[in-house]
Write a protein that binds this ligand. Structure first.
Ligand code: HEC
Ligand code: HEC
Length: 336
């Protein structure tokens, strides 16, 4: 009798312990998940699928008209905001779509599928929480080497409406597969401008021209083929001026027609031609507020000062592996 009682007692205690353990582990999991989300780790590795939305499904309402205008501003930016723009002339004549392929709908083509779900968000480059409007203005000032537009302007409202439409249904903080750009693998060596020159003249110059100037429409209102360097190209504060961004972009998108599932350049060719293009002259516009915490500068950000001992040249061309390792070691030491 005593025996049976104590067995039940033990079973109850064991059950209780298991229950408590389950609750605690669930809590810890939730905690680390939200920490990871905040650090952008979970969102970076998401395998959330995303269907390219059909632009024919944009409703025929006032809101729908705004979304369509937003799409047109992204696809035909020069027509609206370029040197001969209908609304203003505040850009170098490039289109957002030159880098955000198919108006930001192409997976790994600098795709906009994570914009609505991940903004506003903290970004170390500006050291602040950025709204979608702020982020769009950054591309206007850097990638289009132009001026920002008012957050309340019809043009800004339209582009934001379009991005919200593109990301409709993507859960908060989730970055779907194919959002933005892929992360191309690092080389063990520095990227080589001389090799890159050879790649450029065999695989790029037929469209982008022997002097990287691209090809303008006869009325010089915009580009048939956008420039890769020179005074009409993106400036040194643009994302593509970082070698990893350039290499990742072209690996999945260039020569025009390539895609993530049908790449045409090897990883080495991508890095080397990125090095060649970004060693050519371009507008030198800098922003004093960039990277307020120098410890957060990416491996491939080419302007010092740095918290590590590596040179500007290595931060521009690599090899990036050792810089990355030094950065991780620094973090580990801090944590200990
Ligand atoms: C010269 C190339 C280029 C042009 C032109 C360009 N962008 Fe970008 N854009 C980039 C790059 C590179 C990134 C960052 C990608 C990365 O780091 O993964 C980016 C990022 C963005 C983001 C953030 C995406 C995200 O998921 O965080 C938005 C929004 C954006 N661009 C909007 C625009 C708009 C609107 C225009 C036109 C007014 C434009 N861009 C023109 C290259 C360009
Ligand atoms: C068949 C023509 C063609 C070839 C070849 C080609 N491109 Fe492009 N490239 C384009 C077009 C067109 C765009 C703009 C895409 C759009 O607007 O939809 C573009 C856009 C770009 C952009 C982003 C916009 C800019 O001007 O900064 C980069 C970077 C780029 N190409 C690099 C390269 C590199 C590097 C190569 C060679 C490996 C290459 N391209 C080969 C046609 C080509």
């Amino acid at each position: 009798m005593g025996n049976t009682f104590s067995r039940t007692g033990w079973l109850m205690i064991a059950g209780l312990i298991i229950l408590v353990l389950l609750i605690v582990s669930e809590l810890i999991l939730k905690q680390t998940q939200s920490k990871k989300l905040m650090a952008g780790i979970l969102s970076a590795k998401s395998d959330y699928p995303w269907q390219i939305p059909d632009t024919a499904s944009i409703p025929h309402t006032a809101e729908g008209d705004l979304i369509r205008y937003g799409k047109d501003l992204i696809a035909n930016t020069a027509m609206h905001l370029g040197p001969k723009g209908l609304v203003a002339n505040i850009t170098n004549g490039m289109n957002c779509q030159n880098c955000h392929i198919n108006a930001g709908l192409k997976p790994f083509g600098n795709c906009f599928s994570a914009v609505a779900s991940t903004y506003p968000k903290y970004r170390p480059r500006s050291g602040r929480v950025e709204s979608i409007e702020f982020r769009i203005n950054e591309c206007l000032e850097r990638s289009l080497n132009g001026a920002k537009i008012d957050s309340l302007s019809k043009e800004m409202r339209a582009m934001v409406a379009y991005m919200n439409w593109v990301g409709e249904g993507v859960p908060k903080n989730v970055k779907p597969i194919g959002a933005g750009l892929d992360e191309i693998k690092y080389l063990d060596r520095a990227a080589d401008t001389a090799q890159g020159r050879l790649v450029y003249f065999s695989k790029c110059q037929s469209c982008h021209g022997p002097e990287g100037k691209g090809l303008m429409y006869p009325d010089s209102a915009g580009f048939v083929y956008p420039p890769l360097w020179g005074d009409k190209s993106y400036n040194v504060s643009a994302g593509l001026f970082r070698l990893s961004r350039f290499a990742s972009y072209i690996h999945d998108n260039m020569p025009f027609g390539a895609s993530h599932n049908a790449q045409q350049l090897s990883i080495e060719e991508s890095w080397d031609v990125a090095a060649f293009v970004n060693s050519q002259p371009r507008p030198d516009k800098r922003f004093s507020y960039d990277w307020p915490d120098i410890k957060t500068k990416p491996e491939d950000y080419p302007f010092g000062p740095y918290a590590d001992g590596f040179t500007e040249v290595q931060h521009k061309y690599g090899p990036f592996g050792p810089i990355k390792k030094a950065k991780e070691d620094l973090k580990k030491n801090k944590a200990m």
